[in-house]
Unconditional design. Structure first.
Length: 341
């Protein structure tokens, strides 16, 4: 009986201790229910709703490796390699004023001569209001981008607007239902003063192709340029012609003569592409440059292939020949491999 009493007393004691500890136990809150990612099909493929919001996000971009060969007559050849990772972020939502969009395209790049570099290629906001879009931010200037494909298809596109001017911009684009659209923009020139370039133009697009024109005023140089562009598409062929004019050899607008490095008064770029099948296309261009004060006239010819052996993989081998009248000629070759996502 004594043993039984001792056991019962011990159990009672342990029960009391457990009760005390139970009173001091930490109580954990119930976890919040998980919100699964929802597909957003309002703006096209690849968008999803940011959890907890009605804002849609698309993450895309590409990885690229490029090899370049340049051989100018009388000089040793130059061979360079470039690797690039270029993610893009497209954010959109509906507001009482229209679709509010933010877009960023970043470059993480390595070059065998220049080393590593990181920079924002595109970083802008848009407000899409019915038939018009207001844009504020950093992007390629309308003079280069407005007609869709910048120049000829491929890596070597031709010199179609001087150099692509990637800078700060405020612009408004009007788009009509019949295929007509027009743009007007003030583009930052980087002088540190308020003297933006002014660009304006219009284009008419249909299934058969497009035709349009642009005018740009170079504020710091007090010069102007203009171009007319026409394209025709009749599958499997695509043709295009650019006629470019510049009032100044130092201005932004026009085509840069490859012999003198100055802007030619006149230049004509003609390009073509033929799709042999779903995986192979052949393209090329021919461009003529008017003589400048310190250089003769010149012309360029490019030939290349656009290969898509599997989905989201593009291989571009291209060769370009440049001839300066009365001067040295040069050869360029490029092999570009791009994996898009």
């Amino acid at each position: 009986m004594k043993l039984r009493g001792a056991i019962l007393a011990s159990l009672a004691s342990l029960s009391g201790i457990s009760a005390v500890h139970a009173a001091d136990a930490v109580v954990y809150a119930e976890p919040e229910p998980m919100e699964y990612v929802r597909i957003c099909d309002v703006y096209g493929a690849g968008f999803f709703y940011i959890p907890g919001t009605e804002t849609c996000l698309q993450i895309g971009g590409y990885m690229r490796y490029r090899m370049d060969y340049v051989k100018q007559e009388g000089l040793p050849y130059v061979f360079t390699k470039t690797a690039r990772f270029a993610p893009s972020f497209d954010v959109r939502s509906e507001t009482e004023w229209g679709t509010l969009r933010g877009f960023a395209h970043l470059f993480f790049e390595w070059n065998s001569l220049d080393g590593n570099d990181v920079y924002a290629d595109q970083l802008f906001m848009e407000l899409q209001m019915g038939s018009g879009t207001l844009l504020v931010g950093k992007t390629d200037n309308p003079y280069a981008r407005f007609f869709g494909d910048y120049g000829a298809p491929g890596e070597f596109e031709g010199d179609f607007a001087g150099q692509i001017y990637n800078s700060g911009e405020v612009s408004y684009t009007y788009e009509a239902a019949n295929g007509f659209s027009a743009v007007i923009a003030a583009v930052e020139t980087g002088t540190g003063q308020f003297e933006p370039n002014i660009e304006t133009g219009a284009i008419y697009r249909k299934d058969w192709g497009s035709i349009g024109g642009m005018v740009g005023y170079d504020n710091p140089d007090d010069s102007w340029g203009a171009k007319a562009v026409g394209r025709v598409n009749f599958d499997p062929f695509a043709l295009g012609v650019h006629v470019l004019y510049s009032s100044s050899e130092s201005g932004t607008y026009g085509a840069v003569n490859p012999g003198s490095g100055e802007t030619s008064e006149w230049s004509i770029l003609a390009h073509a592409e033929v799709k042999l099948n779903e995986k192979i296309a052949v393209n090329g261009y021919l461009q003529w440059f008017d003589a400048t004060t310190s250089g003769d006239s010149a012309w360029q010819a490019k030939g290349g292939l656009a290969l898509t052996p599997i989905e989201n993989l593009e291989v571009l081998p291209e060769v370009r020949y440049t001839k300066v009248s009365g001067g040295a000629d040069s050869w360029e070759g490029v092999l570009r491999v791009t994996r898009s996502f």
